[in-house]
Design a protein around this ligand. Sequence first.
Ligand code: WT7
Length: 651
Amino acid sequence: MSDASSKTYPPSADMAANAHVSAEKYEEMYAASIADPEGFWRREAQRIDWIKPFSEVKDIDFTLGQVKINWFADGALNVSANCIDRHLDKRGDQTAIIWEPDNPDEGARHISYRELHDETCRMANILRDLGVAKGDRVVIYMPMIPEAAYAMLACARIGAIHSIVFAGFSPDALAARVNGCEAKVVVTADFAPRGGKATPLKANADKALAQCDASVQCLVVRRTGDDVAWDDSRDRDYNVLAKDAATSCDPVTMNAEDPLFILYTSGSTGQPKGVVHSSGGYLVYAAMTHEITFDYHDGDIYWCTADVGWVTGHSYIVYGPLANGATTLMFEGVPTYPDASRFWQVCEKHKVNQFYTAPTAIRALMGQGDHFVETCDLSSLKLLGTVGEPINPEAWNWYHEVVGKGNCPVVDTWWQTETGGHMMTPLPGAHAMKPGAAMKPFFGVQPLVLDPTSGAEIEGNPADGVLCIGESWPGQMRTIWGDHARFEKTYFSDYEGYYFTGDGCKRDGDGDYWITGRVDDVINVSGHRMGTAEVESALVAHDKVAEAAVVGYPHDIKGQGIYCYVTLMSGEEPSEELRKELRDWVRNEIGPIASPDLIQWAPGLPKTRSGKIMRRILRKIAEDDYGTLGDTSTLADPSVVDDLIGNRMNK
Ligand code: WT7
């Protein structure tokens, strides 16, 4: 990172002239959003349809012990009607969703807004018939198929709260989430094809449901049509029911603050937490950020490569784009199947205008060679985006030059599951981009860089510290499902009066922001967030493991890899087989995304005299940075450190 001296990429003349937000407009709108948030958001909230207009814009308190976040609270709306019905007059025949299957030979599907309406209503009626009512929870465990979007929108239509579990999670992780939100129904599919292989979703759901209340029902979409085990008392065949389901279903009137969805995400301690998002504020924020960050214009073809199992898929495949009447592409596959040109082939085939992906995918594809890109016609591309982790300048440059031919702005969007939508990003028509910088706050967002020790705000530039947000924004999470006290403690107790992001941050000499990564025990593996505590508890659940400590380490493609220090039960011998066994064990407990990259046998872990593991030291060893281990004199047994260094993996 450097400041004004490093190369910057100003907006093209065309972008500067024609984008929704120019440099002048950004300054003017940002100033207005801070000086008069009520007036600002009252106007912006008109981008969605309200069944009952709100009178009060916001009612917010960030004070520990009494945290409350309410936006547009006495207004009423329906999110599904906003994403579908209100577009029907003008866009009934326009494509809402382009679906691109895992296997390109299967052929893409184009779903118009009218079809989206009919299919969503069918799904809504089926869910209703299964007894799902307003406020009930529905877990969605699905491949990237249009039915996943129908299920989300169907829940929104009848006022049910969906909780999507990424299809890469294990049966145990699925069961924990079904139980955590006391879901009435799990919507799944027979199999999830991805990269030429098929994950047995229904079989996973069967294993999960064996650990759940017997009343939980299972609605199964036939994706591959292959045989699956069937329990007549619990399983329902979506494809059979859909044939007879009505294609109309009145949208339920919801209060702005009624939850739209719960999404479980990892924290630094304990079990994943159920992040709760609202209906009104969330939709306003998702729609606005989608339009402005990506400079989406009517008729554009927009593609976000995320999975609906993550918040990116919620806000930027489904809710934001559909609220804006956009054409959104949904891709079932992976970037390297059938080969490493798949992303670019899909861009060419569907004439994609805005393309949004993760740095880990960019790094992986960069390593495959430029010819995979160069054989495709990417002239439709107008804008590129990235999300999920800091992007290294080398990957940024490759993305900008080789994919974007130097003509497309790259929006590096920093945000979180908790924030609902983009919080910092360059805007394509307004800001001179710097490779690796998240640049500027979105409207209404007040970033603060604090000294991690004193908690004092660092004013002036440059600044280096932890990132907090000073005021609420409409897309902010409202609570942790079932545990408001944990919500307050996690986000509002470290730096009182502010929302604490968990990220480190620098502000350069120009006042532009650079995210430096997590400062807590959360690691970012291929853009997926992982609590080190979760991997540790999975490891110690194995009967040969006495103790485990997990940290991140720099990984060329994944950004961070999972480094595990494992102390075995006495009498157990380390071996390669045991390493594999532990790796498989963690995959089973959590899912493939949590698969340990490196396992080091640790006869002892560095602990303070009071028995606390000194993770700082373990991180340094994993990072290959033990010249600066710092003070080890408080360790109960300093010699364990030498042993760990001597036997470090990844040398
Ligand atoms: C964490 C949130 C937001 C959707 C995907 C991840 C990191 C995210 C960036 C970025 C640097 C980033 C942060 C953040 N992160 N985007 N553009 N630059 N870091 O959502 O799983 O909730 O993870 O991802 O560390 O706190 P998530």
